[in-house]
Design a protein around this ligand. Structure first.
Ligand SMILES: *[C@@H]1O[C@H](CO)[C@@H](O)[C@H](O)[C@H]1NC(C)=O
Ligand SMILES: *[C@@H]1O[C@H](CO)[C@@H](O)[C@H](O)[C@H]1NC(C)=O
Ligand SMILES: *[C@@H]1O[C@H](CO)[C@@H](O)[C@H](O)[C@H]1NC(C)=O
Ligand SMILES: *[C@@H]1O[C@H](CO)[C@@H](O)[C@H](O)[C@H]1NC(C)=O
Ligand SMILES: *[C@@H]1O[C@H](CO)[C@@H](O)[C@H](O)[C@H]1NC(C)=O
Ligand SMILES: *[C@@H]1O[C@H](CO)[C@@H](O)[C@H](O)[C@H]1NC(C)=O
Ligand SMILES: *[C@@H]1O[C@H](CO)[C@@H](O)[C@H](O)[C@H]1NC(C)=O
Ligand SMILES: *[C@@H]1O[C@H](CO)[C@@H](O)[C@H](O)[C@H]1NC(C)=O
Ligand SMILES: *[C@@H]1O[C@H](CO)[C@@H](O)[C@H](O)[C@H]1NC(C)=O
Ligand SMILES: *[C@@H]1O[C@H](CO)[C@@H](O)[C@H](O)[C@H]1NC(C)=O
Ligand SMILES: *[C@@H]1O[C@H](CO)[C@@H](O)[C@H](O)[C@H]1NC(C)=O
Ligand SMILES: *[C@@H]1O[C@H](CO)[C@@H](O)[C@H](O)[C@H]1NC(C)=O
Length: 672
């Protein structure tokens, strides 16, 4: 009994161990949030800055407005404290905007396909606190404008926001990350934390989902869409938290978005329950007859997408990879197999899947023997094989292996174009898409020659604002570019991967129209806030989980900690530091703590590494070596005695040491 009690105390203590570099975390330290500065002020407003940081006193008289800046994108319910009014017919309006570009005293930015969202008005009849109705929270805004119109005056003594993201975490623990990243490049550090925070803002109370309340009613054909109503009151999943695509919009579960967001969540907050609520909501909508998965979660209209169908399965595969939770996997396995069989039924005699539904991430030309869809299918089947192996469900493995191998050979025979050095979108075109070529590398359709060729061709297309997605008109897609980053790492070009992160994600942080805290859904190749699939620029979401690719890539590829199976029962530590001098990262899964620290020495080729993996696990360390010399691996915690592995390297290539047990290790590279 006594022992049990002390063990409990120990595990509680170990949960609250502080993560280093906490100062980079953008989440607030409490749910009560105030503006940090005045963005601009018009008309008669006394001492507008008194409402920053805490309460104060500002009198708004006649036609007057002040826009406040929270310094970063936030989400929440506004409360105005009014201490006096000139008469009982006064009103204060509030407008919200994620981007400085849409700050206005007439409207918010947008959630519908046309127009701008209406001002939130409070009739202030006398002193008191005026709180927005709960369904009138705003899911993403950096700027909040207080507006007074007409005769009279109102004294405002506080303008505070109750932060609503991460609803299932206690107010004082919003910054309790389970992972960290740090390097000698401040921009990359900020990118990692902004990605983590973007995913937190996209973690919402599932009873306040769905910003698309005017879907198919207000679109670009509604020319006089002004003062568009908005509210969030739809229940989108069970449970108390849901991972959605965007903080402001759509506030719906989209499996494709999760393929990028979930690994970012794992390395920062490891908020697995939220991921489960979202996956469950998709399987709840599976067609029991065909096995078809929904394009998006409820209440989105029932539509099929061959790729998003597969992304739901990748959600299950990723969940098992990062948690090792075999019971959860078992609970979805029959539905998973029905869904996979549905995809396999559209593989035709060419050996490739023939896509007959155009829906994807809003690129055009999704159809036929599409390379992206087939690469995703190839990836999914290989993941299915490892899931079936974990469950000892060996029956389907031979057939799946054979189909996967045919997809690979057919894709290379029919869609690889040697003179273009890339895959074409389908047999009828010479368009070489960003999505399909990135995914081909990620899903291992390529050999190393093809991978370098794709990597070079993709990087040769970059413009000043990033990587274009030519399969979506004039779009830059932070979603697909997240896969492109992985592709450059897998093609062994760390320089290209880091350059793309710095250029594109640096722009997304530092441009004054951006939030300096969260990542945008999409924009144009000329850097305008215009995303080709949408006609209404004010509608673009500035906090989109699908844009957080660098967060997991910095941890998995740069610090090099890779989970290979079952929550980390097997792993690989394989850093790719590029031009960085120091890199460190760590994160927890249910299996335990993983950490890697790399320090490049002053001398040519010198490198020191330390890494840690949970006791009882097993892995491989891959050491980058840039010289002839010696690689030494030694046990730091003494768990493996004085074990020292010495490898002589004869040149500049990676040295892999397999069969390394969990524990603390040090590695050094010394050149001759
Ligand atoms: C505020 O007052 C106006 C005018 O009396 C009224 O039309 C409107 O419905 C009121 N708004 C709210 C939110 O009560
Ligand atoms: C109004 O809100 C403030 C916090 O801003 C709080 O201190 C005060 O007690 C509230 N007043 C009422 C009447 O609820
Ligand atoms: C929109 O609302 C504003 C008040 O916020 C009002 O002045 C304006 O007339 C409204 N526009 C329309 C077209 O209703
Ligand atoms: C959401 O709010 C709208 C507008 O007030 C209302 O018509 C609708 O019935 C509400 N839906 C739910 C699910 O509460
Ligand atoms: C919640 O779970 C129940 C039982 O599985 C299911 O019937 C219901 O549709 C789910 N609701 C949502 C919003 O996912
Ligand atoms: C083949 O790809 C091109 C370029 O993306 C596209 O225009 C065309 O519609 C695609 N074919 C099918 C059947 O989807
Ligand atoms: C894909 O299937 C559709 C519908 O059956 C058919 O019209 C189309 O020709 C097929 N595409 C290819 C590339 O076989
Ligand atoms: C699969 O079989 C192995 C070896 O018999 C066993 O240890 C493991 O528990 C089984 N896994 C499941 C999920 O049944
Ligand atoms: C990629 O495919 C090749 C065979 O085509 C295989 O040898 C290799 O192990 C695969 N790589 C991964 C990471 O699965
Ligand atoms: C890689 O694949 C391409 C296309 O299938 C092929 O032409 C080439 O010979 C392969 N290269 C190697 C080294 O296997
Ligand atoms: C790696 O990418 C960089 C930047 O795009 C490029 O300059 C370089 O040539 C590439 N290296 C290789 C080996 O392809
Ligand atoms: C952007 O945010 C960082 C903190 O993440 C801060 O140090 C920097 O000053 C901000 N930049 C601007 C222009 O506000």
């Amino acid at each position: 009994m006594k022992l049990l009690a002390s063990l409990t105390v120990f595990s509680l203590l170990s949960l609250s161990i502080a993560i280093p570099y906490e100062e980079y975390i953008l989440a607030p330290g409490s749910r009560t949030v105030y503006p940090v500065s005045v963005h601009n002020s018009n008309g008669s407003v006394s001492d507008p800055s008194s409402l920053t940081s805490s309460s104060g006193s500002s009198v708004f008289s006649n036609d007057a407005a002040t826009s406040y800046d929270f310094g970063k994108n936030i989400a929440g319910v506004v409360t105005l404290t009014i201490s006096s009014v000139s008469d009982s017919n006064q009103a204060i309006g509030v407008t919200f905007s994620e981007s400085s570009f849409w700050v206005s005293n007439k409207s918010c930015d947008a959630t519908a396909d046309a127009g701008k969202d209406e001002t939130l008005w409070f009739n202030v009849t006398g002193p008191g606190n005026y709180t927005a109705p709960r369904d009138k929270e705003r899911g993403g805004f950096r700027y909040m404008t207080l507006v007074h119109e007409g005769q009279g005056s109102v004294e405002v003594t506080a303008a505070e926001v109750e932060f609503t993201a991460m609803p299932h975490w206690e107010s004082e623990f919003l910054r309790n990350y389970s992972g960290y990243f740090h390097s000698d490049d401040e921009l990359l550090n900020r990118i990692w934390y902004a990605g983590a925070y973007t995913n937190q803002l996209c973690t919402i109370d599932p009873t306040h989902g769905d910003a698309l309340i005017h879907i198919r009613q207000i679109n670009s054909s509604v020319s006089d869409a002004t003062n568009v109503t908005w509210y969030y009151n739809t229940t989108i999943t069970n449970g108390t938290s849901a991972l959605v695509d965007g903080a402001k919009r759509d506030r719906l579960v989209w499996a494709g978005d999760m393929a990028i967001a979930v690994p970012g969540v794992v390395v920062s907050t490891n908020d697995v329950v939220t991921v489960e609520n979202s996956i469950n909501s998709l399987f709840d909508l599976q067609d029991p007859k065909t096995g078809a998965m929904p394009y998006a979660g409820r209440p989105f209209p029932s539509i099929f997408s061959a790729t998003y169908h597969l992304y739901s399965l990748i959600g299950v595969g990723d969940h098992y990879l990062y948690t090792g939770d075999v019971e959860y996997l078992k609970s979805l396995w029959p539905q998973y197999k029905a869904a996979l069989n549905y995809s396999l039924s559209s593989v035709d005699e060419s050996g490739l899947m023939n896509v007959t539904s155009p829906n994807d991430w809003l690129r055009f030309g999704m159809g036929g023997h599409n390379i992206e869809a087939n690469a995703i299918l190839h990836y999914t089947i290989n993941q299915a094989i490892s899931l079936a192996t974990a469950l000892n469900d060996t029956t389907p493995i031979a057939q799946w292996t054979s189909i996967a191998s045919t997809i690979k050979s057919s894709a290379n025979a029919l869609l690889w174009n040697d003179s273009l050095g890339m895959y074409i979108d389908n047999e009828t075109t010479t368009l070489t898409p960003q999505d399909g070529n990135s995914w081909a590398i990620v899903s291992n359709l390529t050999n190393s020659t093809q991978a370098s060729s794709i990597s070079q061709h993709l990087s040769s297309r970059w413009g000043p604002y990033g990587a274009p997605a030519i399969e979506a008109a004039d779009a830059v897609s932070p979603f697909i570019s997240g896969f492109e980053i992985q592709a450059h790492f897998l093609a062994s070009n760390t320089t290209a991967a880091l350059a793309l992160m710095r250029n594109m994600w640096g722009f997304m942080l530092d441009d004054p129209r951006m939030t300096n805290s969260t990542f945008i859904e999409g924009y144009s190749s000329s850097g305008e806030l215009h995303y080709a699939p949408y006609l209404n620029d004010a509608r673009i979401s500035h906090a989109h989980g699908w844009a957080t690719g660098p967060t997991s890539s910095l941890t998995f590829y740069v610090a090099g900690i890779q989970i290979l199976s079952a929550g980390g029962q097997t792993w690989r530590v394989a850093p790719n530091v590029g031009d960085l001098k120091t890199v460190e990262a760590g994160f927890s899964t249910s299996v335990g703590w993983f950490e890697s620290k790399v320090q490049v020495g002053d001398g040519q080729g010198e490198l020191r590494m330390e890494f840690e993996a949970p006791v009882g696990t097993m892995g491989e360390v891959v050491v980058p070596v840039a010289c002839e010399g010696n690689v030494t691996l030694s046990s730091v915690d003494g768990r493996f005695g004085d074990a020292v592995v010495l490898v002589e390297s004869e040149g500049s290539w990676d040295v892999a040491i397999d069969g390394v047990g969990g524990g603390k290790w040090a590695v050094s590279v010394a050149c001759n």
